[in-house]
Ligand binder design. Sequence first.
Ligand code: NAP
Length: 324
Amino acid sequence: MKAIVLERLDKDASLELSETALPVIGPGEVLIQTKAIGINPVDYKTLEDFTTPEGLRASWAPALDGISPLILGSDIAGIVTAVGSEVTKFKVGDAVFGMIKMPGHGRVYAEYVAAPAIHLAKKPDNITFNEAAAATLAAITAWQNVNTHYVVKKGDRVLVTAPAGGVGHYAIQMAKEKGAYVIGLTNAANADWVRHIGADEIIDYNNFDFEQADSLQLNLVLDSGGRYPASLYEKHFAPGAALFHLPHPLKPADMAYYQSKGFDVRYTGVFSEEKAIDAIALLLESGKVKSYIDSVFAFNEMKAALTAMKQGTTKGKIVVEVSN
Ligand SMILES: NC(=O)c1ccc[n+]([C@@H]2O[C@H](COP(=O)([O-])OP(=O)(O)OC[C@H]3O[C@@H](n4cnc5c(N)ncnc54)[C@H](OP(=O)(O)O)[C@@H]3O)[C@@H](O)[C@H]2O)c1
């Protein structure tokens, strides 16, 4: 099969399209013929050997050390072509989607992928493989932050930063679906689109004085973009508020400071979880949540797809199609 491999985790290594052996499945795994791959900033950050002490490398990239060659990627939609002896959830021919082995080595930039059955859900019939591959890492991140790390309740005031991005656009829809009043913090160019996907209010960060404005009384800040420090939001917290910062872990002293004031301010890291992907399948099937596809690239255009994502101007998700 063809796969996009990386000889080592090093900023000077490059992605190469190569012939590699078909993966071997374990008893709890299925083999998937890939139809579409979702890409994420973590892919290019890993590729660039993101080495800051508080960064990705400190949290999950060590799991990749010493593995050669690496096959990046975690987000897949495709067709089951073989089933491990312990798998009862799927059969050959099922269309499935999910985020594989996160944190860890997903090996998804490939024509065939071995995936734990518990990381997958059936693809709803009403959505395409591209829409399913999109609704994986970014959608699970959004889901876990509004359902697990903080449980959004009807009437909560939720602020989402980078709301037009992969995570943000799912978070806006999911928080809205749970009955929250949802505010997107973004710029004028994204404002109409973020309202269109469900935000009740837009705050333009180029035109808003956080220090002078009255408190926004936020119950949850989902800080997906991380443009500003948590301290900027503090006066806008409601009692007991949570702020989850996604780009990288926060300093323990900062978290302790907020904890002493009754706030829950921390980094949250996405992880593969059966109940999350099953819940997302239901949200997609019901139409309560949609994947918005910014652009689609071919498998042999992976480098261009990652370069496009790095621009930071994506509306929704970038997807890579695999025709095999
Ligand atoms: N902790 C986790 O488990 C986890 C999971 C998923 C993603 N992440 C991280 O969360 C972030 C967002 O992921 P994503 O998939 O939503 O990415 P994305 O789709 O690329 O996000 C695009 C948005 O990012 C904002 N942005 C662009 N340049 C920026 C800059 N220099 N600084 C800050 N924000 C900028 C823009 O929004 P505005 O102009 O509106 O600010 C843009 O609309 C990434 O850092 C990613 O690595 C973490």
